[in-house]
Write a protein that binds this ligand. Structure first.
Ligand code: CP
Length: 314
């Protein structure tokens, strides 16, 4: 259920916490964050606060943009990369005990974990705000925030949109969170394009049905590319397949975005990807102005600066 006001937000665990008004208010703050200059008064607004980043799974963008965001606003950073190996989790400490300990040293905790539901468990154990930086194949709500912000910045609207979600829709927590978040806006519809073993989960389809959001599954990438405003590609997540590597290999390379797909796309459409990418968007696409994925990654800094400000009630 959404919190009624952005100022009342206590943590960030799932996309469903946000409604349209909260998103638009957050994006105004993010716009202001993009203007914060080093040495300015605004660059000291989180001075005296500490943020702990506990990452049990690899990350480049999420961890570094959160740490960059805290640094740009004058706050301190306590960081555990590879927390499963280098924190006391390796000695068998429970997540709850780790969180209760770390909140003694920090004012906000950013958690990436390999288990769906871990961020909710952490929030239940903590008195400080907890931010879900990705919980296994569950959710990645801050990615959905920056994705939604990117769509708004690139296209100037969040209503009347056709969005194609491509790739690993079963394990891709970014697309699961984005689909939920976009239900806040009128006349948004989805095409799901995924290999059979990684199709969009029943839970998200049911949520879209309950909210009256149209979706359909398709195998026709070129056809969908010609229709949509946003073509959102994702990586097939090898790490979720365990020893089923034959299934992983069978999924790879079926739906790649290349110049032929770009030729089919409208001139005013954009390509997004949460990154990292492997070969599912070919590198010659990068020079096309419709390739928004590196601008999307940069937006993560501004949105996460805004979220830290909101959650720390500054
Ligand atoms: N998009 C994203 O979550 O990237 P990282 O895994 O590098 O944080």
């Amino acid at each position: 259920m959404p919190t009624t006001k952005l100022k009342d937000l206590a943590n960030c665990i799932e996309a469903q916490q946000f409604d349209a008004a909260m998103l638009k208010e957050l994006f105004v703050v993010a716009d202001a964050m993009a203007e914060v200059k080093p040495g300015s008064e605004a660059s000291r607004m989180l001075q005296g606060f500490n943020m702990a980043t506990l990452f049990y799974e690899p990350s480049t963008r999420t961890r570094l943009s959160f740490e960059g965001a805290m640094g740009k606003l004058g706050g301190g950073i306590l960081s555990t990369e590879s927390a499963g190996e280098y924190s006391s989790a390796a000695k068998g400490e429970t997540l709850e005990d780790t969180i209760r300990t770390v909140e003694g040293y920090s004012d906000i905790i950013v958690l990436r974990h390999f288990t769906a539901g871990a961020a909710r468990r952490a929030a239940n154990a903590a008195d400080t705000p907890v931010i879900n930086a990705g919980d296994g194949p569950g959710q990645h709500p801050t990615q959905a925030l920056l994705d939604t912000y990117t769509i708004y910045n690139e296209l100037g609207r969040l209503e009347n949109l056709k969005i194609g979600l491509v790739g690993d829709l079963a394990n891709g927590r970014t697309v699961r969170s984005l689909a939920s978040m976009m239900t806040n806006f009128k006349n948004v519809s989805f095409y799901f394009i995924a290999p059979d073993v990684v199709k969009m989960g029943r839970d998200i389809k049911d949520e879209l049905d309950e909210k009256g959001v149209k979706w359909e599954e398709s195998e026709d990438l070129l056809g969908v590319a010609s229709e949509v405003d946003v073509l959102y590609q994702t990586r097939i997540q090898k790490e979720r397949f365990g020893d089923r590597l034959d299934e992983y290999e069978a999924c790879r390379g079926i739906y790649n975005i290349d110049t032929a797909v770009m030729d089919a796309m409208r001139k005013d459409a954009i390509v997004m990807h949460p990154l990292p990418r492997l070969d599912e968007i070919t590198t010659e696409v990068d020079a096309d102005p419709r390739a928004a994925y590196f601008r999307q990654a940069r937006n993560g800094l501004y949105v996460r600066m805004a979220l830290l400000k909101v959650l720390l009630k500054v």
